[in-house]
Design a protein around this ligand. Structure first.
Ligand code: NAP
Ligand code: GDD
Length: 364
């Protein structure tokens, strides 16, 4: 197998080898910066930072289905973090760059010449932002400025999407939360996202760039990282059901979130960039459930009672909690025609089923 091309014809740039983990073992893909430029075929070109993440993988699929040329930025790693995009590897183009490195971002944007840039890369785990607050600020806050600068210098006519977050509402000052709700972040991650949000607005107003923020509420899938509570629960349920664990240790069970399906949310990102006028939108379902209710639904999906297995553990409590999030997605519905398609119950069922299958396969 061979990853298709990367870069402009004739551009002198380093070659980059990318290793991909898959169910077939370790494969090596040679990302050749000197191959044929797909951009000349007239398809719109998208550049995705964070393409190896949950949202990046769904967005890549979504844009490929629409006929886009899809390029992604990956950071150098000695291991194989590309499992979410292994199935797309023949259809996408990967460029080596890092949110911490301005030059690499400018070079990547200059090589790709994108029509649309989706800035999804971040240190995205809230809990880690208390133990690595400076790094979180570098990635999640200043990384946005670096990405915007790269676009301003190398592709100023492109359209820019920033992955803002409902964590910006934090200790909410009103419910539900809309585009007009003031921010009150409760973690270094939330603070960094507020910076990323406002620098995007500022570049739009200062430099007349097409730059928008999507304030997305929690969205999940079988591809969610195992550290996030929904996937931790679905994985825990599957391990208990398969006899591989006897309990699941969690923190605050009372926190409430507006959980949707990630596949729906990448469609909202795309719709934002198709609008004639750049603007910011809240994206969520408008329903809220507690961690405890997620547990009940997930254990219930395999006929188990959650109270028999879930134990509370101080280690998973946070120094400052976001107690309640619920979106008012009216603006996205009316102006973008966006609506979520997957219910809470269906989302939980899909996640538990996927982890049940995964553990069944692992056990042979
Ligand atoms: P994720 O699964 O944690 O993916 C994060 C991505 O960022 C990965 O591809 C990661 O690459 C990349 N990345 C991290 N640091 C980087 C760096 N220094 N340089 C280049 N790439 C780097 O996150 P997600 O759930 O897909 O979320 C996507 C974005 O939406 C994030 O900005 C997140 O904060 C935001 N968001 C998410 C939600 C949600 O509920 N999922 C809600 C609101 C906002 P590696 O694979 O190399 O680690
Ligand atoms: N991770 C985790 N692990 N969370 C737990 C646990 C546990 O064992 N027990 C309870 N929780 C609670 C957390 O305290 C929090 O209130 C809630 O479950 C959700 O936690 P996460 O799944 O880690 O997500 P998050 O809401 O903090 O952040 C996610 O959503 C944001 C959008 O609102 C991330 O995807 C962020 O990147 C995103 O911006």
């Amino acid at each position: 197998m061979h990853a298709r091309y990367s870069g402009e014809l004739g551009l002198r740039a380093p070659r980059c080898c990318v290793s991909i983990g898959s169910s077939y073992g370790l494969l090596w893909y040679d990302v050749d910066f000197l191959s044929f430029p797909l951009a000349v075929t007239g398809m719109p070109t998208a550049l995705i930072t964070g393409i190896t993440g949950q949202d990046g993988s769904y967005l890549a699929e979504h844009l490929l289905a629409k006929g886009y040329r899809v390029c992604g930025i990956v950071r150098r790693s000695s291991t194989t973090p590309y499992e979410r995009i292994a199935h797309l590897i023949d259809d996408i183009e990967l460029f080596s760059a890092d949110l911490l490195d301005q030059t690499s971002l400018v070079d990547a944007v200059d090589a790709v010449k994108p029509d649309e840039i989706y800035n999804l890369a971040a240190q995205s785990f809230v809990q880690t932002s208390w133990t690595q607050p400076v790094l979180t600020g570098e990635f999640t806050a200043l990384g946005v400025t670096r990405a915007l600068e790269a676009m301003r210098k190398a592709a100023p006519k492109a359209r820019f999407y920033q992955a803002s977050s409902s964590e910006q509402f934090g200790k909410v000052v009103e419910t539900p939360q809309s585009e007009n709700t003031p921010f009150y972040p409760r973690s270094p991650y939330g603070v960094a996202k507020v910076y990323g949000h406002w620098i995007t607005v500022n570049y739009r107003e200062s430099f007349d760039l097409y730059a928008v923020s999507g304030i997305l509420f929690n969205h999940e899938s079988p591809r969610r990282g195992l550290e996030f509570v929904t996937r931790k629960i679905s994985d825990g349920v599957a391990r208990i059901k398969h006899g591989l664990a006897t309990e699941l240790r969690l923190g605050n069970l009372d926190a409430r979130r507006d959980w949707g399906f990630a596949g729906d949310y990448v469609d909202a990102m795309w719709r934002m960039l198709q609008s004639d006028t750049p603007d910011d939108y809240v994206i969520g379902t408008g329903s809220t459930f507690s961690v405890q209710e997620f547990c009940a639904a997930a254990f219930g999906a395999v006929d188990l009672e959650w109270r028999d297995y879930v134990k509370q553990d101080e280690r998973f409590f946070r120094p400052a909690e976001v107690d309640l999030l619920v979106a008012d997605p009216t603006k996205a519905k009316t102006q973008l025609g966006w609506t979520p398609t997957v219910t809470f119950e269906e989302l939980v069922r899909r996640m538990v089923e996927a982890d049940m299958d995964r553990w069944a396969q692992r056990r042979g």
